[in-house]
Design a protein around this ligand. Structure first.
Ligand SMILES: *Cc1c(COP(=O)(O)O)cnc(C)c1O
Length: 397
């Protein structure tokens, strides 16, 4: 997955454009900047690639989620439904705007279970936030139907599935808003960066204003701009945007290599009796950044994970106990460890987390291994890796 593996002259050239003018900020300084508008250029190019009207670049993926929620008018006391298998940014962004994260089960897609979402809707629910984990998507049609029924916002976190599609649409472009991360280990990177995409002009205008202290960005005198609402600073720097522009030019190549490497590994593992693969909803195509597979039970999954390490196969993730992406790893959330006070609404809800039954998700996560697909591997290297994985897993089955 990581785009940094093929960092090179294209990124250096873009960054040098910025360094030569010395304008490291994305707004203003029109006379000095030699007509370089890296952030704007990225936004136009990325919106085009994703097939949407608008893109707002921001400082990171967590900021993108925060800005997207704020742009849609979500705030204090509103409930946002999110999965229990995700990156911590999901609840961080919800808490950042004073809203309440409601964690629910996942299914064999490794993303939100529509039935669990339907059961969690209350009169305070405002938004459903599927997180397309490890390269593939939630059942978006089913989630959209729930959102339509209850008049909820659908906000896709596509940070880990950039380039995947669902029914012909880019992931992130299906819902009301979609978010991406361009941090250092993502499919394309800015070093640090993130984006919000949407076809909704009002959400876009709100995002544009909110991520830059409420500036309306009208006219060319920043000091004289008006501030329709209060905002915050989630701006990206022109330097980071320049790195991203270099990477954006390689996006299609990255996806093609991922698919080739994924296919070699998947074909090898398919020969093993007892291995099954994560479900991809009908009409969906993964971005192939991970091969995600299930062992018959938790014990075998742990053994297979260890056996691969013993065979020298790196970059395999057993999220259930070894990593920080599942509810059982978030002690700080479950015990409400915050620096300052939180609202009663948030406290009451988080206090329920310890007693919530996530056994359905446990049964899936306990059997799941995700194997990172790198783009720096040659075809020969992937074949060797695939054979080693097969041998290692076969030794425990
Ligand atoms: C990386 C990631 C984020 C956050 O992105 P940052 O740029 O690191 O803040 C959010 N959600 C998911 C699913 C991610 O993988």
């Amino acid at each position: 997955m990581p785009g940094f593996e093929i960092f090179g002259d294209e990124e250096r050239k873009q960054v040098n454009d910025v360094l030569e003018s010395g304008v490291l900020m994305r707004y203003g300084f029109d006379g000095m900047r030699n007509n370089h508008w890296k952030a704007k250029e990225f936004e136009t190019g990325f919106a085009h690639k994703m097939g949407v009207d608008y893109c707002q670049l921001v400082s990171n993926g967590t900021a993108a989620l925060t800005v997207a929620l704020a742009a849609a008018g979500i705030g204090a006391g509103d409930e946002v439904i999110m999965p229990c298998f995700t990156f911590v940014a999901s609840f961080e962004s919800i808490l950042a705007i004073g809203a309440i994260p409601v964690l629910v089960d996942i299914d064999a897609t490794l993303t939100l279970d529509p039935a669990a979402v339907a059961a969690a809707v209350t009169s305070k629910t405002r938004c459903v936030m599927p997180v397309h984990m490890c390269g593939s998507m939630a059942n978006l049609d089913a989630l959209q139907a729930i959102c339509n029924k209850h008049d909820l916002l659908l906000l896709e976190d596509a940070c880990q599935a950039i380039g995947g599609t669902y029914k012909g649409k880019a992931l992130g472009s299906y819902g009301d808003l979609g978010c991406f991360s361009f941090d250092f280990v993502k499919t394309i990177t800015c070093g640090e960066g993130g984006a919000v995409i949407t076809n909704n002009k009002k959400y876009y205008t709100n995002a544009d204003v909110y991520q830059d202290h409420g500036h309306d960005h009208i006219g060319n005198d920043r000091g004289a701009e008006t501030h329709p609402v209060m905002g915050y600073n989630y701006r990206i720097s022109e330097l980071h945007a320049a790195v991203g522009l270099g990477q954006l030019g390689k996006f299609d190549t990255i996806l093609a290599i991922q698919k080739r490497n994924y296919t070699i590994i998947r074909n090898a593992l398919s020969k093993l009796e007892g291995i099954t693969f994560r479900e991809v909803p009908e009409g969906g195509e993964e971005n192939y950044s991970f091969v995600n597979f299930f062992l018959p039970n938790e014990e075998l999954a742990k053994k297979a994970h260890k056996a691969m390490a013993d065979h020298g196969v790196e970059a395999n993730f057993y999220w259930y106990t070894n990593n920080w992406h599942y509810i059982n790893g978030w002690e700080h959330l479950r015990t409400i460890k915050t620096l300052g006070a939180v609202s009663d609404g948030i406290r009451n809800h988080l206090e329920k987390l310890n007693g919530t039954d996530f056994s359905k998700s446990d049964a899936i996560m306990g059997r799941t291994i995700s194997s990172l697909v790198k783009i720096g591997w040659t075809e020969e290297e992937v074949k060797v890796r695939a054979e080693k994985m097969k041998t290692a897993i076969a030794s425990v089955l």
